[in-house]
Ligand binder design. Structure first.
Ligand SMILES: *Cc1c(COP(=O)(O)O)cnc(C)c1O
Length: 411
């Protein structure tokens, strides 16, 4: 035996959460074959792609079958027609200027938020919110930035910012200096957001401490309130300290189609081991051109169509449909005396368990008594204990049915 493995992978905790949910659901169905369970744990859209998007998708496929319009490899960074449309629609209207060579089109925000860490040194201090989207933590653990794992499942070298009822889910600025700060707002899993002032505080912190913020805006399309920034670049001075990730997945139903993009401003620098400034944009470009060959042409044409007037209208209808579900959930649970958060600028509703129940006990209660599946908050981090995540991605009918069922159980 001579091949060794990357030992850091052994520090990862197993994909326990969704495996355990599936196990408990299977057991329940075995014992109660006649009960229909409503899944309110889904973190995936359910509405099909809009007609306008499908038309553009199909037309582009036809182009690929015609010798005159066939396309081979495209630019690794994505086609400029899409980058320009993104800038014009997602940034210009909010007064943000982005150059086309700052836009990197990809097949997902999961891979981008996961891959970005590899252009940064292993000695960087990582900071995340707690609860957290597990990708940020796990990819840094894989790279060796996690340090040892402690009894409570946290990593010694990672700085966690608890987000709970106590601080209204607004993370406090780190008390020690950190280098890379992962922020996801509107947040998955809590569904809560930061307003302009609160996000500005992070930008200010990053400017003072020479940190970089990795801002995941995968849910920006769900924002309904005025004072909530859609892009971190709405905050003055943020282009020197922030990378932003966006995705067509939740916005336009592209979870199975795959298209996203990352903005890496040219103002952004890191230091090499000699202390010289190096452009982060150039590094990411080098990384992408080496390891990635671009998103397929038809997918990029489909993504472009989401910005057409008709496409925008259809996408908005789908988002409104989910947000109507979110409202039904919030109204009913509030009525029942539960403390609920999120759901106003996000498809996620973060429910405080009644009588300080543990997340998994509340999960079991909902499954057994109301035949509803949620996601235990404890699965997203220590500070998720005592909460449960419900999503608005089910159908209106099922959402209403689920709320009727909940109102009949003893809470
Ligand atoms: C769904 C989601 C994404 C989007 O990932 P894709 O790979 O683009 O589908 C990104 N960040 C968070 C927090 C998400 O929940």
């Amino acid at each position: 035996m001579s091949v060794t493995i990357n030992d850091s992978y052994l520090l990862l905790q197993d994909g326990y959460l969704f495996v355990e949910i599936a196990r408990r659901l299977e057991n329940f169905q075995k014992e109660n074959p006649d009960k229909s369970v409503i899944k309110m744990g889904i973190g995936d859209v359910t509405k099909p792609l809009p007609k306008t998007v499908i038309k553009a998708f199909k037309d582009a496929v036809e182009e690929m079958g015609d010798p005159d319009t066939f396309k081979g490899y495209g630019p690794e960074q994505g086609y400029s027609f899409l980058a320009e449309t993104i800038i014009k629609n997602d940034f210009k209207p909010n007064g943000v200027n982005i150059d086309t060579d700052e836009v990197f089109i990809s097949d997902g925000a999961k891979c981008d938020t996961g891959n970005i860490q590899e252009i940064f040194g292993l000695n960087n201090k990582i900071c995340v919110t707690d609860p957290v989207y597990p990708v940020y933590v796990d990819t840094n653990v894989m790279a060796g930035r996690g340090g040892s794992i402690t009894n409570d499942g946290t990593y010694k070298s990672i700085v966690y910012m608890p987000c709970t009822e106590k601080n209204n889910f607004i993370p406090e600025l780190p008390k020690e200096p950190v280098d890379l700060i992962y922020l996801c707002f509107p947040n998955n899993p809590t569904g809560t957001t930061l307003n302009k002032k609160q996000l500005s505080n992070f930008v200010e912190y990053a400017r003072e401490n020479n940190s970089i913020i990795l801002f995941d805006a995968a849910y920006e399309a769900f924002i309904t309130e005025n004072n909530v920034p859609h892009s971190i670049y709405e905050i003055n001075g943020s282009k020197e300290v922030a990378i932003e990730f966006r995705s067509f997945s939740k916005t336009a139903g592209f979870t199975g189609t795959r298209c996203a993009y990352t903005i890496v401003p040219k103002e952004l620098y890191g230091l090499d081991s000699k202390g010289e400034k190096v452009s982060i944009n150039k590094l990411w470009n080098r990384r992408q051109t080496t390891k990635f060959n671009g998103v397929s042409y038809p997918v990029q044409k489909a993504a472009e169509a989401t910005f057409s007037p008709e496409g925008r209208k259809e996408i908005r209808e789908n988002i409104n449909y989910y947000m109507e579900n979110a409202k039904i959930i919030i109204d009913k649970l509030t009525d029942l005396g539960l403390n609920v958060y999120g759901g106003i600028n996000s498809p996620y509703i973060w429910v405080k368990t009644p009588s300080n129940m543990k997340s998994w006990d509340f999960f079991d209660l909902l499954l057994n008594e109301a035949n509803i599946v949620g996601t235990p908050g404890a699965g997203f981090g220590l500070s998720g204990e005592g909460y449960l995540r419900l999503t608005a991605f089910n159908t209106l009918e099922n959402t209403k049915k689920a709320m009727t069922r909940i109102s009949k159980i003893e809470l």
